[in-house]
Design a protein around this ligand. Structure first.
Ligand SMILES: *Cc1c(COP(=O)(O)O)cnc(C)c1O
Length: 336
């Protein structure tokens, strides 16, 4: 075992033994190799640098109660990466290659997987970038697919902590027919300025409304929106929301525990009527939101000291499936 203080792990980069790297050239992927150094030498005219051909994914591998290592729903991430790749004219990474990459890089970094009981996991970050030289605007002729791994701790050590969110009418994240529904690096560049502003003003997350009318709730910068009221799980429907695997999972669990599930437009005016609001994504699973500010309007939701009962229950249920503590009835966990 590595000398790692598992209890002090947060969500930040740390070197591991290696990453895995594949190259696409002349129409096909090579067989990949494990690379020790966390550096990449690439052409100065690479299309990822100039024209933003860069996509990523994020998921986690868990050391389970039975000692085995399982990745949570990696086929969903392979599928989403393929959707992203097609949208920005990059070659698709076949699901079999994607899973092979995960398996090889996880095994090679086995000692970095936090032990069961620490609340940690191995965060897996696939990255697909155009690395061919390209000066005229066109898709590049060479691509690199990488999976790097980082051990991470439980995001919230003392239970789920509610956060305040802000809506800025002067910034949009994604246009209706743009690339909001795919996981491209550029979406993050587009939201960084507002994100830094929000942080500076005391809001850990910012919530976006639809770019066209600013009437409907879309999602937070890096996580989907969930609202709970009257035993109903509500999440917005829009062509510019990133389809979160966590949200898909929570919707299913919500239905399993007898909640009604609604996927539909959510007008801004409806926000005040939710008894619980949460932001969901792989890194944190669910972050309860206790306040939303938009200009002079301040909405308060639930308690500002703890998580509401429904989100708490959904959170516990997904974690217990991920750590193999309850039967995986939907076949979500993929054994490495
Ligand atoms: C990655 C991401 C999410 C969360 O997706 P998960 O699959 O649940 O991790 C939500 N919104 C945006 C914009 C994202 O990029």
């Amino acid at each position: 075992m590595k000398q790692i203080d598992w209890s002090s792990l947060g969500f930040k980069y740390m070197d591991t033994d290696c990453h895995i790297r594949y190259t696409w050239k002349n129409g096909s992927w090579d067989s990949g190799e494990l690379v020790k150094e966390p550096y990449l030498s690439m052409h100065i005219a690479a299309s990822c640098l100039h024209y933003g051909q860069a996509a990523f994914e994020g998921m986690k591998a868990f050391r389970c109660a039975d000692g085995k290592v399982r990745v949570f729903r990696p086929q969903e991430n392979a599928f989403r990466l393929a959707t992203t790749s097609r949208r920005i004219c990059m070659p698709v990474v076949p699901e079999a290659l994607f899973l092979d990459a995960l398996s090889r890089v996880i095994k090679a970094n086995e000692e970095y997987i936090p032990p069961y009981g620490t609340g940690g996991s191995l965060y897996l970050r696939p990255l697909l970038i155009g690395t061919g030289a390209q000066i005229g605007v066109a898709p590049g002729q060479e691509y690199t697919f990488i999976v790097l791994v980082v051990p991470v701790g439980p995001y919230y050590k003392g239970g789920l902590q509610p956060v305040r969110a802000v809506i800025y009418d002067e910034f949009d994240r994604a246009a209706p027919l743009g690339v909001g529904h795919v996981k491209v690096g550029g979406n993050y560049a587009a939201s960084l300025f507002a994100h830094e502003k929000a942080k500076h003003e005391g809001y850990p997350v910012e919530l976006y409304l639809d770019a066209k009318e600013h009437k409907y709730v879309e999602e937070f910068a890096t996580s989907n929106f969930i609202g709970i009221k009257n035993q109903t799980y509500v999440t917005p429907e829009s062509p510019s929301i990133l389809p979160s695997v966590t949200n898909k999972t929570l919707k299913q669990i919500a239905a399993d525990i007898g909640l009604k599930v609604e996927v539909r437009p959510v007008p801004f005016e409806e926000l005040g009527s939710f008894s619980e609001i949460g932001a969901c994504g792989t890194a944190v699973v669910v972050t309860p939101v206790c306040e939303i500010r938009r200009g002079e309007t301040v909405l308060r939701i639930g308690s500002d000291t703890g998580c509401g009962p429904v989100l708490q229950k959904l959170y516990e249920r997904v974690q217990s499936i991920q750590y193999g503590e309850v039967p995986d009835q939907h076949g979500w966990c993929w054994e490495v």
